[in-house]
Design a protein around this ligand. Structure first.
Ligand code: GDP
Ligand code: MG
Length: 434
C-alpha cells in the first residue's frame, strides 16, 4: 500500500483547546477523534495529543504562554516536525507560534486544504484545490506584510524583503487569475451538460451530508456503481451524477458530491462553488446522517449551515439515518416514514432501501403541481401519453373543439410539454375555480 501523500510521515503534536466563554465551543471526545482522523489522513504520525481548557484565545499566540512553553518542550522531546491546531489561527498567531516553537505550525484550515490537495484526482478538482490554497496563502501574505511593516516601522527594513513579498504576491495573483479562467471554461461545459439533462426531463436527487456519513456507499447502492469508498474524510471530491439502477424509481438521477465538515474553510467553499452549485439544480436532497456517531446532532446542524450558505436549504429534504446496523436500534426499518421524509437504513448491508425508495417516490411526486392546459386535437398521441403516465385529473372540451386537461405534473415535465406547438397553459379555468 502506498500512502496518498508523497512525503514521509510527519511527526506531529495535536492541540485542541476548549474555550468555555466562546459560543459553540464544547468538550467533545468525538471532535478530537475527527481532528485525529484528519491529521492521520494528511500523513501525520501523532507523537502527542494536547487537550486543554482556556478562558479565551490570546491575541499573540492563541494559547497561553505557559502552554506554548510546554508545547515547545514537547516539540524538542519528540523531535516533532509539526504542531497542528484544531482551530483557525490568524496569520500573526501562526507566525508567532512558529518562531517560538521553532517548528512548522498548521491550523485547521491548512490541514483540511492539505487533505483536499492529496485527494484531488480530476483536473478540475486539482484546480479548485489549488485555487483555495492560493487564496488562503495570499491573505496570509498580505496580512503578513502589513504586520511586518507595523512592527518594524517599515523604513530601513524594506528592500529585498519587500520586493520578494511583492513578487510572490504578483505571481500568486497571476496564477489565481489563470486558474479562474480555466475553471470558467469547464463550468461552461457543465452548464451545457445541465441543459441537455433538463431537456431529458429527469428528476435530480443529490446526496448531501457530513464527510464519512456513507453518501458514496448509498450512491453505489442506488446507481449500481462502484465509486471508491473509504473510512477516511473527503474520499469524494468530484461530483458524479448517474441514473438510478433500482427498479421502481423512474427517470431519477442521483448525484454524489464532496462531504461537509464543521468550519469548512471559506476559501474551499468558494473554490468548490461550481461543484457545489450543481446542488442548486437538485429537485430533492437526501441528507445522509451517520446515526451511530454520538455527535450526529451537531453534524446535522453543521450540514444545515452549509446548505444555508449555499442557498439551497429550501430544497425538499429526506433525512436518511444511516449505519443503523452499528447501533442498538432493532427493527429500524419500521421507524421509516416515507411521508415524513425520515428513513432508517444500513447502506452497507442493503437494509431499508425499499423504504427510501418509497420516500423518494413520494417526494418527487409531491414536487408536482396542478395546472390546466389547452391542447390541440391533432395531438392525440401526447394526450394518451399523459393518460398513461397518470398525469390527467380531468378532461373537458371547449365549444371550439379544443381539449382542456387538468394535470398533476412536475415543473420540468410541464416546461417540456409547453415547448410543443399546440399546447398552452389555460388560465381561464383557474379563474373560474376561484
Ligand atoms: P461518504 O464520505 O459520506 O461518501 O462515506 P463513504 O460512503 O465513503 O463511507 C464511509 C465509511 O462508512 C466507509 O468505511 C463505509 O464502509 C462505512 N459505511 C457506510 N455505510 C455504512 C453502513 O450502513 N453501516 C456501517 N457499519 N458502515 C457504513
Ligand atoms: Mg464520499
Amino acid at each position: 500500500m502506498f500512502e496518498l501523500s508523497e512525503s514521509p510521515l510527519q511527526k506531529a503534536i495535536l492541540v485542541q483547546i476548549y474555550f468555555p466563554e466562546k459560543k459553540g465551543s464544547f468538550f467533545s471526545v468525538n471532535r478530537f477523534l475527527e481532528f485525529k482522523d484528519l491529521a492521520v489522513s494528511s500523513g501525520a504520525k501523532i507523537s502527542y495529543e494536547d487537550q486543554g481548557k482556556q478562558k479565551r484565545p490570546t491575541a499573540g499566540l492563541f494559547i497561553s504562554k505557559g502552554r506554548a512553553q510546554r508545547i515547545k518542550d514537547l516539540v524538542q522531546e519528540f523531535d516533532s516536525d509539526l504542531v497542528i491546531f484544531n482551530h483557525d489561527l490568524s496569520p500573526s498567531q501562526e507566525r508567532n507560534l512558529e518562531s517560538l516553537l521553532q517548528t512548522r505550525v498548521l491550523d485547521r484550515t491548512g490541514l483540511i486544504l492539505d487533505i483536499f490537495a492529496s485527494r484531488a484526482k480530476s483536473h478540475v478538482g486539482k484546480l479548485q484545490v489549488e485555487l483555495a490554497q492560493l487564496s488562503h496563502l495570499s491573505t496570509k501574505l498580505i496580512r503578513g506584510w502589513s504586520h511586518l511593516e507595523r512592527q518594524k516601522g517599515g523604513i530601513g527594513l524594506r528592500g529585498p524583503g519587500e520586493t520578494q513579498l511583492e513578487t510572490d504576491r504578483r505571481l500568486i495573483n497571476q496564477r489565481i487569475k489563470n486558474i479562474k479562467n480555466k475553471l470558467k471554461k469547464s463550468h461552461k461545459q457543465r452548464a451545457i451538460n445541465r441543459y441537455s439533462r433538463n431537456k431529458g426531463n429527469q428528476t435530480l436527487v443529490a446526496l448531501v451530508g457530513y464527510t464519512n456519513a456513507g453518501k458514496t456507499t448509498l450512491f453505489n447502492r442506488l446507481t449500481n456503481n462502484d465509486q471508491y469508498i473509504a473510512n477516511k474524510p473527503f474520499t469524494t471530491l468530484d461530483s458524479i451524477t448517474r441514473r438510478n439502477a433500482i427498479s421502481g424509481l423512474d427517470g431519477i438521477l442521483f448525484s454524489d458530491t464532496v462531504g461537509f465538515i464543521s468550519d469548512l474553510p471559506t476559501h474551499l467553499v468558494e473554490s468548490f462553488k461550481a461543484t457545489l452549485d450543481e446542488l442548486k439544480y437538485a429537485d430533492l436532497l437526501i441528507h445522509v446522517i451517520d446515526i451511530s456517531d454520538p455527535d450526529y446532532h451537531f453534524k446535522i446542524n453543521q450540514v444545515s449551515k452549509v446548505l444555508e450558505k449555499l442557498r439551497i436549504s429550501h430544497i425538499k429534504q429526506i433525512k436518511v439515518h444511516n449505519k443503523c446496523d452499528k447501533t442498538e436500534i432493532k427493527d429500524f426499518k419500521d421507524l421509516s416514514s416515507s411521508t415524513k421524509g425520515e428513513v432508517w437504513i444500513s447502506a452497507q448491508n442493503n437494509i431499508g432501501i425499499e423504504e427510501l425508495k418509497k420516500a423518494i417516490n413520494y417526494y418527487s411526486e409531491k414536487i408536482r403541481k396542478e395546472v390546466w392546459i389547452k391542447i390541440d386535437t391533432s395531438l392525440g398521441n401526447v394526450r394518451s401519453k399523459l393518460y398513461s403516465l397518470g398525469r390527467v385529473i380531468e378532461e373537458r372540451t371547449t365549444d371550439s373543439g379544443l381539449i382542456q386537461l387538468h394535470l398533476e405534473i412536475g415543473e420540468k415535465e410541464l416546461n417540456n410539454l409547453l415547448s410543443i406547438k399546440g399546447i398552452q397553459l389555460d388560465n381561464s379555468i383557474i379563474k373560474e375555480a376561484i
